[in-house]
Design a protein around this ligand. Structure first.
Ligand code: AMP
Length: 606
C-alpha cells in the first residue's frame, strides 16, 4: 500500500473521492480505467466498432452487406440489419457443423457458449473467440476495486462462493458447447489466477471444477463450514444458486457434522481430486460439529447465514431481474444482510458492473463498459420502432445518446461476430456516471416464468398446456382458461399452473392420476433448460391447481374494476400480484403434482 492521499489524487476518481476511501495501487488502476471508459463513452464506442468492422471486414456475413471497407457508424447502421438468434441460426449451424471459413468472425470460433435462452426448445449457441476471455476477465478485475471502496477489510478473510461447472457437449464439427461460466472456470485465466488477497475463496479449484454437481456442492459447503469464521462474504452467481446451497445444508447438515466430527469425508464424494484436496482441509473438530448440529437442528432457520458465518458483511448474488423474487427468502436466511449485485453479463457479451454495489436491490443500476462491445439501443416505448422490419431499419440509439427514464432493448455487436444482435433485455436509464448511462434491468422480453436458469415464454407455456390437455380428451374435458405463477416461497421453487376446466360428464371427470400425468406431460413439453433444472433439483415438480368454474370471469371483473378496458382485456398468462393470487387460491378445488422427473440428457447438437 502506498499513501492513501497520494493514491486518491492519482486515481482522479469521482468513484473513490465520493466515498473518501483509501485504495491500493491495483485498485487505483482499475478505478482509473473505469473513469476513463465512462468519461469517453462515445469515442471508445466509435473505436470499438471500427476495430470490430475492420478485423471482420472479410467475413462472409459482413461482406454480404457491402460495407466496402467502411468502418463508420453511419454506414454500419444503414447497411447492416438488426437480427435475432433465429436470423443467425443458419450461420451458427454451419459453424457448429465444422465450417471453419470466416463466416461471422475473422478469428476462429473457439467454442460455443450455451445461453440459458432457448430457440425452438434448445439452448442458444453463442459463438465466441479465445480473446473474449480477456475481456471477461477484465470486467471481473474491476469488481473488487469498486467493492473495496464501500466495504473495508475484505482482504482479511475469504469468500464462500458456490461456483459450479456444468455439462459440456460437442457440436458435430467438434466445437465445445458449454455455459460461459463453465468456460471461464475451466480456463487458465481462472485456474491459474495470481493470488489476490481480496479474492480468496473457501472453495479450492478442485471442488469448483468437479463435474458432479452434488459432490461439488458437498465439498464447497463443507469447506465453508470448516472455515466459517474466516468467511466475509457469501455468494453464488444468482440468488437461486445461493438458496439451493442453503437447502442443501438443510438436507445434509447431519452428514456434514459427522464428517467434521470424525475428520472423514462422506464416502459418497468419490471424485479423487476432491477427496485429495479435502483430506488436507478436513480434520476432526468435535466442537465445530456440535455447533453445526446445534444451529441446524433448530426448527427456525431465520438468520442461518449469519449464525453460521458470523463475519459475513454482505451476500454477493444477483437479485435483479427474474431473481428479485428471492429477495424476501434471502433476507430471512441472512437477517437482512446487504445483497450486492455486482455485474451484468450474458453469454453473448459481458456488459458492465454496478458502481454502487451496496445499494438496495431495488436501486441497482449497471454501468455498461463501452470497451466490451459496440452497443446500440432500440427505444422500447416506441412501438413504431419495434415493429419495423428490415426494409425500414429501426432507429437505434448509441450508448452516449440515451435519455434518462427511457426504456430500451439492448443490441450488441461483438468481436466474436454478432452484428446488431438483439439480446432480449429491456433496460431503463436511471442516470449517468460521467458520460456513461446507468441501467436498471427491467425484464427479459417474452419471459413468463423463471425459477432458476430456466426461461419459459408464453408460446412454450401454451404449447405445453396443449400437449397436456390431450390427456383430458378421453374424459370429455378441456382447459377453458389458464394462467401461471412461479412459486418461490419454498426451495426449490416450482411452476404453478391454474386451470379452469370444462368437464362435460361429471361422472367421468379426470382423476388425480390423470391430472398428475398432465403435470408431467407439461414438464416433458417445456424447454431443455427447464428440464435440466428439474433433473438438477433446482426446480420442484410442476403443480396444476384446478379452480372453480367462473374463476377467470371473476379475474376479469377484478381487472376491470381496477381500470382495465373490457374490449382489450386479456387473461394474464402469468400472475404475481397478491390480490389476484389470493382470488385464484381461494377458488382452488384440487391440486396435482408431476409424479416424475422429465426426460433430460446433455443435448445432441444435431
Ligand atoms: P445467459 O445468456 O444464459 O448467460 O443469460 C444472460 C441473461 O441473464 C441476460 O441477458 C439477462 O437477461 C440475465 N442477466 C444477467 N445478468 C443479470 C443481472 N445482473 N440482472 C438481471 N438479469 C441478468
Amino acid at each position: 500500500m502506498i499513501s492513501p492521499s497520494s493514491l486518491i489524487m492519482a486515481v482522479d476518481s469521482t468513484l473513490s473521492s465520493a466515498v473518501g476511501a483509501c485504495v491500493s495501487e491495483n485498485d487505483a488502476k482499475a478505478l482509473q480505467f473505469i473513469e476513463e471508459m465512462t468519461k469517453n463513452v462515445d469515442s471508445v464506442q466509435e473505436r470499438i466498432l471500427g476495430e470490430i468492422l475492420s478485423r471482420n471486414a472479410d467475413t462472409e456475413y459482413l461482406k454480404r452487406f457491402q460495407l466496402n471497407g467502411a468502418t463508420d457508424r453511419d454506414t454500419f447502421k444503414s447497411k447492416v440489419p438488426v437480427v435475432t438468434y433465429e436470423d443467425l441460426q443458419p450461420e451458427i449451424q454451419r459453424i457448429a457443423n465444422g465450417d471453419k471459413s470466416p463466416i461471422l468472425s475473422s478469428h476462429p470460433i473457439s467454442e460455443f457458449l450455451t445461453s440459458s435462452g432457448t430457440s425452438a426448445g434448445e439452448r442458444k449457441l453463442m459463438p465466441t473467440i479465445h480473446e473474449e476471455l480477456n475481456r471477461r476477465q477484465l470486467l471481473y478485475s474491476l469488481l473488487m476495486p469498486v467493492m473495496n471502496l464501500y466495504v473495508p477489510g475484505l482482504d482479511k478473510g475469504k469468500g464462500l462462493y458456490f461456483l459450479f461447472i456444468k455439462a459440456e457437449t460437442k457440436t458435430p464439427g467438434g466445437l465445445l458447447a458449454r455455459p460461459v461460466l463453465t468456460s471461464y472456470y475451466k480456463s487458465d485465466h481462472f485456474k491459474s489466477r495470481p493470488y489476490d488477497p481480496f479474492n480468496v475463496y473457501t472453495s479450492p479449484n478442485e471442488t469448483i471444477l468437479c463435474p458432479d454437481s452434488i459432490q461439488s456442492m458437498y465439498a464447497q459447503m463443507l469447506c465453508g463450514l470448516i472455515m466459517r469464521e474466516e468467511v466475509l462474504r457469501v455468494g453464488a452467481v444468482f440468488a437461486s444458486g445461493l438458496l439451493k446451497a442453503i437447502r442443501f445444508l438443510q438436507v445434509n447438515w447431519k452428514q456434514f457434522a459427522h464428517d467434521i466430527e470424525t475428520g472423514t469425508l462422506n464416502p459418497k464424494v468419490t471424485d479423487p481430486s476432491v477427496r485429495e484436496c479435502m483430506s488436507k482441509i478436513l480434520k476432526p473438530n468435535p466442537e465445530l460439529a456440535a455447533f453445526i448440529t446445534k444451529e441446524c437442528s433448530e426448527e427456525n432457520w431465520e438468520c442461518i447465514i449469519t449464525r453460521i458465518w458470523p463475519n459475513t458483511k454482505y451476500l454477493d448474488v444477483i437479485v435483479t431481474g427474474a431473481m428479485a423474487q428471492y429477495i424476501p427468502t434471502l433476507e430471512y436466511f441472512s437477517g437482512g444482510l446487504p445483497m450486492a449485485c455486482t455485474m451484468y453479463a450474458s453469454s453473448e457479451c459481458y456488459f458492465g458492473l454496478n458502481l454502487k454495489p451496496m445499494c438496495k436491490p431495488s436501486e441497482v443500476s449497471y454501468t455498461i463498459m463501452p470497451n466490451m462491445a459496440y452497443f446500440e439501443f432500440l427505444p422500447h416505448d416506441d412501438s413504431s420502432a419495434q415493429d419495423s422490419s428490415r426494409d425500414s431499419p429501426p432507429r437505434l440509439v448509441d450508448l452516449a445518446d440515451l435519455e434518462v427514464a427511457k426504456e430500451y432493448e439492448l443490441i450488441v455487436t461483438t468481436y466474436a461476430g454478432l452484428c446488431r444482435y438483439r439480446v432480449g433485455d429491456i433496460l431503463r436509464v436511471t442516470g449517468f456516471h460521467n458520460a456513461a448511462p446507468q441501467f436498471r434491468f427491467i425484464r427479459r422480453k417474452n419471459v413468463l416464468l423463471s425459477i432458476d436458469f430456466d426461461k419459459t415464454d408464453e408460446s412454450e407455456l401454451q404449447q405445453a398446456i396443449e400437449n397436456a390437455s390431450v390427456l383430458l380428451k378421453e374424459f370429455n374435458t378441456s382447459v377453458v382458461e389458464y394462467t401461471s405463477y412461479a412459486d418461490t416461497k419454498q426451495i426449490p421453487g416450482h411452476y404453478v399452473i391454474y386451470w379452469e376446466l370444462f368437464v362435460k360428464e361429471a361422472a367421468n371427470a379426470p382423476t388425480d392420476e390423470v391430472l398428475s400425468q398432465c403435470c408431467f406431460q407439461m414438464e416433458e413439453s417445456l424447454n431443455v433448460v427447464y428440464r435440466q433444472c428439474r433433473v438438477a433439483d433446482s426446480i420442484g415438480p410442476l403443480e396444476i391447481r384446478v379452480v372453480k368454474n367462473g374463476t377467470f370471469e371473476e379475474l376479469m371483473d377484478y381487472a376491470i374494476s381496477r381500470g382495465a378496458s373490457i374490449n382489450q382485456y386479456k387473461v394474464p398468462r402469468c400472475v404475481s400480484f397478491t390480490p389476484i393470487m389470493e382470488l385464484l387460491d381461494s377458488r382452488v378445488v384440487s391440486k396435482h403434482f408431476s409424479p416424475a422427473l422429465p426426460h433430460w440428457t446433455p443435448e445432441r447438437r444435431r
